[in-house]
Design a protein around this ligand. Structure first.
Ligand code: SF4
Ligand code: MG
Length: 330
C-alpha cells in the first residue's frame, strides 16, 4: 500500500543531568537516524527492549515530542511545509499502557468520549459517544455515566479506544496498549482493535515488548536497538528468519516461541550499553556473538536482505564490507 506516514532520519537528543549535585550535563541520543514508513491500512509493530527508543520514536513521528532532525511526511504532506503540527496531531491518536493516563478522572466516560466529537465541531457529540461506547463493547445504558475509577482496566482501555476514535484519526499509535491487561482481556481487546482497523479504515503503529502479541496484530515489524532500527520485515518473513543477531536473541528469549522457529542464539545477557555513550560502529557489537573487528569500526546500514522489503543493518548481510564471520548466520 501507499505510505500514510513516512519518517526519514529522525533524531532526538535529550539533555540529562548527572554527577555530583546533578551539575554535569550530557546528551542522550534517544533516537538516532530512524527512517521507516507506515502504509495505509497496515499495522506496523515496533519491538525491542525497554529503553530502546520505541515510544520516543512513535512520539517523535506523531509530533508529540519535537524532533531535532528529520522529515515527517503524513499522507504526502511534509511537516513544516504543507503540514502544520496541529494538522499532524489531528490525524493521529495515541493509546497508552496506563488506561488512566488520558482520562480525566472527573469526567464521566460519555463526556470523555464526546469531547473528541466536540473538538471537531461534529453534530450530536453525545450520540456519537454512545455509539462508539457500544461499538467498543461498553453498553452506554450501563457505562456512559460511570467514572474511570469505576471501571476495570480492560473497560477503561475500551474507553480510551472509543475516545481516540471520536477524534476521527487516520493513524492510531498503540503504545503497550494491551500490556497491562490480563491475557483473556488482552485477546479480546486485540480482536476489537483488529476489527476497528478494518471498519474505520485505520492504520496502526503497535508498540509492544510481547512478540506474540505483535505477531498476532502486525503486518510488518520494526526492530529497534539503542535508538536505531536494526531490522524491518513482514511478520511472516521475520518469524521464519530473523536476520539481525539482536533480533535472533530477542526471539530466542521468547518463552512461547514456536520450537520450529526458535534460533540457537544465546538469550541476551547484561544490560544494553549506556545510551549516553553508545558503542562505535554497530551499537550491538558489545553483546553480539558474531562481532568482528569491523563491527566496532563501521556502522552497518539497513539493507535489503530478502524479498518483501526485509531489511537488516548488520555487516553479516553486507557483501561490500566483507562478512565478519561468514556462514555463521543462514
Ligand atoms: Fe553483530 Fe557485527 Fe552484525 Fe553488529 S554488524 S549485529 S556486531 S555481526
Ligand atoms: Mg515505552
Amino acid at each position: 500500500g501507499q505510505p500514510l506516514l513516512t519518517v526519514r532520519g529522525l533524531r532526538k537528543y535529550f539533555p540529562i543531568r548527572g554527577g555530583i549535585l546533578g551539575r554535569t550535563r550530557a546528551m542522550v541520543q534517544a533516537v538516532d537516524g530512524v527512517s521507516f514508513e507506515v502504509r495505509k491500512g497496515e499495522t506496523l509493530g515496533i519491538v525491542g527492549e525497554s529503553g530502546c527508543g520505541k515510544s520516543t520514536t512513535a512520539r517523535l513521528a506523531v509530533g508529540l515530542i519535537e524532533r531535532d532532525e528529520g522529515d515527517i511526511i503524513f499522507d504526502g504532506d511534509a511537516l513544516g511545509d504543507t503540514l502544520s503540527l496541529r494538522e499532524l496531531r489531528r490525524g493521529i491518536q495515541m493509546v497508552f499502557q496506563d488506561s488512566y493516563a488520558s482520562l480525566n478522572p472527573r469526567l464521566t466516560i460519555e463526556e470523555s468520549v464526546a469531547f473528541g466529537a466536540r473538538v471537531q465541531g461534529l453534530s450530536d457529540p453525545m450520540g456519537r459517544a454512545h455509539g462508539l461506547l457500544a461499538r467498543v463493547g461498553l453498553d452506554p445504558a450501563r457505562f456512559a455515566q460511570r467514572y474511570p475509577h469505576e471501571l476495570s482496566g480492560g473497560q477503561r482501555q475500551r474507553v480510551n479506544i472509543a475516545r481516540a476514535l471520536a477524534m476521527s484519526p487516520r493513524l492510531v499509535v498503540l503504545d503497550e496498549a494491551v500490556s497491562a491487561l490480563d491475557k483473556s482481556v488482552e485477546a479480546q481487546v486485540l480482536n476489537l482493535l483488529s476489527d476497528l482497523r478494518a471498519e474505520f479504515g485505520l492504520t496502526y503503529i503497535f508498540i509492544s515488548h510481547d512478540l506474540n502479541v505483535v505477531r498476532y496484530i502486525s503486518d510488518r515489524v520494526l526492530v529497534m536497538y539503542l535508538g536505531e532500527v536494526v531490522e524491518v520485515a513482514p511478520v511472516d518473513a521475520i518469524w521464519a528468519r530473523q536476520a539481525h543477531p539482536y533480533t535472533r536473541s530477542l526471539f530466542s528469549a521468547m518463552p512461547s516461541m514456536d520450537p520450529d522457529n526458535r534460533t540457537e542464539e544465546p538469550p541476551l545477557t547484561g544490560d544494553p550499553p549506556n545510551p549516553i555513550d553508545p558503542p562505535e560502529g554497530c551499537r550491538f557489537h558489545t553483546r553480539c556473538p558474531f562481532a568482528a573487528t569491523l563491527c566496532g569500526r563501521k556502522v552497518p546500514k539497513l539493507r535489503k536482505i530478502g524479498a518483501d522489503g526485509h531489511l537488516a543493518a548488520c555487516h553479516l548481510h553486507d557483501p561490500a564490507s566483507g562478512h565478519p564471520k561468514a556462514g555463521k548466520i543462514a
